[in-house]
Design a protein around this ligand. Structure first.
Ligand code: FAD
Ligand code: SF4
Ligand code: SF4
Length: 397
């Protein structure tokens, strides 16, 4: 908090200046509360120089002990078998490039019950070391257990940076680790680069209107969650095998208090997999009602795909936020993306433009979405979609 010196004359100038409402006059003197963010705005406005910022933490930390770029590997259950979520491989690909610039290694960290099955794949995506914590108790993701294992590994090996997928698991896990390690965390990054030995973490800010570059020069590790599908994944070391470092971390007592009794999947086109879906049927404001969205669900179901939505459809309450595709939603890269009644606003396009094939259905022949579509159908979605659904059902017979 800002320091108020005894020479305050109680003029009240600072009270109106503070953008956080942290100052008030009490008994004729300025008084500060815990809302003070130390922004410094009030300091130059005091006529008697009675406001003082606390001395900066000038302590020069020795960060040289912190080396290597780590990627937390997320496993998902796909049709009964555990597989690595593609975003972890995207992070390894990127991590390898960053580590090369820093003259360090990229390392994978995997926590689970049977990790050995994934070592070859992680190695082929460039991991030069794999830290493996294996125990039947880690078979299912558990916030406390995984966070506690990660904290132990980070404290012991001191990585310079740790990246997590910006998925439900990554978003749950990373903040807890950041809080325990007392370091920062940049959420939902769309870009990572290196400048002056620091990782520049780029993410949309102010509702996506600007891109912010965030650095963490004084603390280690630098930590970020990164969105799926914003970075390419690339096999870089086919056939090679990383150094495996097995660590035994007993499950923390706090974690053993929590048991997952049942896992229930979401409705059709389970949202968790929107970012990995090969087929996405998306609806926009052109659908007009929530009930009309049903046909999107049905088509996605018949094609074995996921359901997407524009922000207008989400704002209208026709679909949950998790289905939103775009700048402030999910970035997708399916083989087939069908945009139904979506105009093609830039904020939607940036989230789906890398789809292999885009089909647009819109009654307005001049809708911008047609500039990105490989195939376009001009017409009323209410008339076209039932026919498409019927045709798909027929071909599936
Ligand atoms: P509209 O733009 O209203 O388009 C509806 C379309 O449906 C029109 O082209 C119309 O011709 C067509 N149509 C109408 N009736 C029919 C019919 N019967 N048959 C066929 N076609 C029909 N948007 C996103 O989608 N994702 C984001 O992540 C996102 N983030 C944003 C972030 C910021 C900071 C801002 C400012 C905006 C963001 N938006 C986002 C909103 C975006 O700008 C658009 O407003 C939104 O994408 C429009 O959704 P829409 O295409 O469904 O609706
Ligand atoms: Fe308010 Fe900023 Fe002054 Fe703190 S430093 S009292 S937040 S104006
Ligand atoms: Fe006191 Fe300075 Fe604030 Fe006036 S501007 S109330 S003198 S701290």
């Amino acid at each position: 908090m800002i320091k108020i010196l005894p020479n305050c004359i109680g003029c009240g100038k600072c009270v109106s200046i503070c953008p956080f409402g942290a100052l008030s006059l009490v008994n004729g003197k300025a008084n500060v509360n815990s809302a003070c963010t130390l922004c410094g705005s009030c300091v130059p406005n005091c006529p008697v120089k009675a406001l003082q910022m606390p001395p900066k933490e000038e302590e020069v930390k020795d960060l040289s002990a912190y080396k290597d770029v780590w990627v937390f590997v997320e496993l998902v259950n796909a049709k009964g078998a555990l597989k690595i979520r593609p975003v972890s491989l995207e992070l390894l690909t990127k991590g390898r490039k960053l580590a090369a610039e820093l003259g360090q290694n990229v390392c994978a960290v995997i926590i689970g019950a049977d990790n050995g099955a994934h070592f070859a794949e992680l190695s082929s995506y460039g991991a030069s070391k794999i830290y493996s914590v294996q125990d039947p108790a880690y078979a299912q993701y558990n916030t406390e257990a995984y966070a506690s294992a990660m904290v132990k590994l980070i404290s012991k090996y001191k990585p310079a940076a740790v990246f997590y997928p910006s998925t439900y698991t990554g978003r749950d896990l990373a903040p807890r680790i950041a809080a325990e390690m007392f370091v920062g965390l940049t959420a939902d990054c769309t870009g990572l680069s290196v400048k002056n030995g620091n990782i520049v973490q780029t993410r949309p800010a102010f509702g996506g209107n600007i891109m912010a570059d965030i650095i963490c020069p004084n603390h280690r590790p630098q930590m970020a969650t990164v969105r799926p599908n914003v970075m390419p994944k690339e096999i870089t070391a086919q056939g090679s095998m990383a150094q495996i470092i097995e660590e035994v971390v007993p499950v923390s007592p706090a974690a053993s208090k929590v048991r997952v009794l049942k896992t229930e999947k979401d409705e059709v086109g389970e949202v968790e997999q929107l970012d990995e879906a090969q087929v996405i049927i998306s609806g926009g404001r052109g659908l007009k009602t929530k009930e009309n969205f049903e046909i999107i669900n049905n088509l996605a179901c018949v094609l074995g795909g996921a359901v997407g939505a524009s922000r207008a459809a989400v704002d209208a309450g026709w679909k949950a936020k998790e289905h939103q595709v775009g700048q402030s939603g999910v970035t997708v890269k399916p083989k087939l993306y069908v945009a139904c009644g979506i105009s093609g606003a830039l904020q939607h396009i940036v989230g789906m433009q890398d789809s292999d094939i885009i089909i647009a259905i819109n009654k307005d022949a001049n809708a911008p979405i047609f500039n990105y579509a490989k195939y376009g159908i001009v017409g009323d979605v209410q008339q076209i979609l039932p026919k498409v659904l019927e045709a798909v059902k027929q071909t599936k017979k």
